[in-house]
Write a protein that binds this ligand. Structure first.
Ligand code: SF4
Length: 451
């Protein structure tokens, strides 16, 4: 019988949010969630399947736990999340290290699995069309930002992506439940919420659209900043952009995954837009929310990507002028449409060279954008001490850009005005001003319109 559990989380923010959910569910069932494996009777690995190296990491970790289990044969081991859903039996090998696998829709079974673990391996990987866990309170550490999952799954079936198979089809939580969770977070002292979903702007429940839900969340007293991730470029109605432009709590930051600048590659990925349609969305954002930052995800080396097609992605970085980008080498995932339809024909070396070239162009663009901020004053929500020094605070401006400045005492949750005096590729460096910031939304930050 497991009474103390340690949860280790890998991958995207959805997984971290799911671990908070699992923590809440187990706490309600009388299991204590502890911060250290040495204090625990069992370990749950919440896993990611999105890229090859994420999967390799888990196999390596399971091996390590296997060594630990030789000394502690009663240690129970569960694998949760996308990799459990995708690889199933491959993770339940003969070594007997893993006691159970639970996919993202099976977490309600965890209390029973923990109670009965040790009597042969169990597999709970049925996907649901309705599960949103809306009644389960997440176990969160106190902090400045809270992640709030508003929808699960994805119906888009981009050919490279494993999410529709590992997390199932789209479903949304009721808006009233979400708003009351956010009200509770405000009461608990959180200053910012980030609405989460695989395809967050496809949210829709009982007549509530993503825009109307965003407005209700932005209106919650005590929550100063509202962000969301990750949206799909196809769902950006004018009313959402107007909300981002006008509401003091809506952050002018849009993560807009492009993946590739080539129409031919976008077609093979089945992304549902051309580069010119994507550029129209960018132009609309620049027009309606002029100070907004746009960030993105880019994949290099997708099946059949020619040098000319790849060059279009480099050109897109220059044209859109992203504040930052997550750049990845394509890695084929089991069960995806691309794995059945196309040959993964580019060498690892070419993929990694292309990722390095994308990152280099992006670094230059980020530097240029940040340099434009020199001398401006930004409103910073302090998240904690900077990684380098306890006498430096780290926070973010409304666009989501990291800002570091010297302080005597770091006060997470404090909102301060900072004049930017220096920049790096990823961070603005500044000095604190004393007066509270009274400025129009989007002011004090460079507008970086390129289209
Ligand atoms: S939109 Fe495409 S890339 Fe994003 S989760 Fe859905 S299938 Fe995957």
């Amino acid at each position: 019988m497991i009474v103390k559990i340690y949860i280790e989380t890998y991958g995207c923010q959805m997984n971290f949010s799911d671990s908070e959910l699992v923590g809440g569910l187990l706490t309600e069932a009388g299991v204590e969630v502890v911060d250290n494996l040495d204090d625990a009777d069992g370990i749950l690995l919440n896993t990611c399947a999105i890229r090859e190296n994420a999967a390799e990491k888990i196999f390596h970790r399971v091996k390590q736990i296997g060594y630990a289990k030789r000394k502690r044969p009663d240690l129970r081991v569960g694998i949760l999340g996308c990799l459990a859903q995708n690889l199933k039996e491959e993770l339940l090998d003969d070594s007997g290290v893993v006691d159970f696998l639970v996919g993202p829709d099976g977490y309600r079974k965890l209390p029973e699995l923990l109670r009965t673990a040790g009597h042969g391996p169990r597999l709970e990987t049925e996907l649901s069309r309705t599960e949103t866990y809306t009644d389960i309170p997440s176990l969160r550490k106190s902090g400045v930002n809270a992640w709030v999952t508003i929808m699960r799954g994805c119906d888009n079936f981009c050919t490279f992506c494993v999410v529709p198979y590992s997390r199932g089809r789209e479903r949304s939580r009721g808006a009233d439940d979400i708003v009351s969770e956010v009200e509770g977070l405000a009461e608990a002292g959180f200053r910012q919420v980030t609405l989460l979903g695989q395809n967050v702007n496809s949210y829709g429940a009982a007549g509530e659209s993503f825009s109307s839900l965003m407005r209700r969340v932005c209106d919650v007293d005590g929550i100063d900043r509202v962000r969301f991730t990750s949206p799909h470029p196809k769902d950006f109605p004018i009313e959402l952009l107007e909300l981002l432009a006008d509401h003091p709590s809506a952050c002018p930051h849009i993560h807009l995954p492009l993946q590739s600048g080539s129409d031919a590659v976008l077609r093979r990925m089945d992304r549902g837009y051309t580069y010119s349609e994507y550029s129209e969305v960018v132009a609309r954002i620049r027009k309606i929310v002029p100070g907004a930052s746009i960030t993105t995800d880019l994949i290099a080396g997708f099946c059949g990507e020619t040098e000319d097609e790849f060059a279009m992605t480099l050109q897109a970085i220059e044209e859109v002028r992203y504040v930052s980008a997550f750049t990845f080498a394509y890695s084929e995932r089991k069960n995806t449409i691309a794995s059945r339809r196309y040959e993964d024909d580019l060498s690892r070396e070419i993929k990694h060279q292309r990722v390095a070239r994308m990152a280099e162009v992006q670094r230059r663009v980020s530097n240029e954008i940040h340099k434009d901020c020199l001398g401006t004053v930004v409103d910073v929500l302090v998240e904690g001490a900077s990684r380098k020094a306890a006498t430096e605070a780290f926070g973010r401006d409304p666009r989501g850009v990291g800002v570091v400045f010297p302080v005597e005492i770091v006060e997470p949750g404090e909102s301060v005005r900072v004049r930017i005096t220096d920049t790096t590729t990823n961070t603005l460096i500044g000095e604190r001003l004393d007066q509270p910031l009274i400025a129009a939304k989007g002011s004090g930050i460079g507008a970086h319109s390129a289209i």
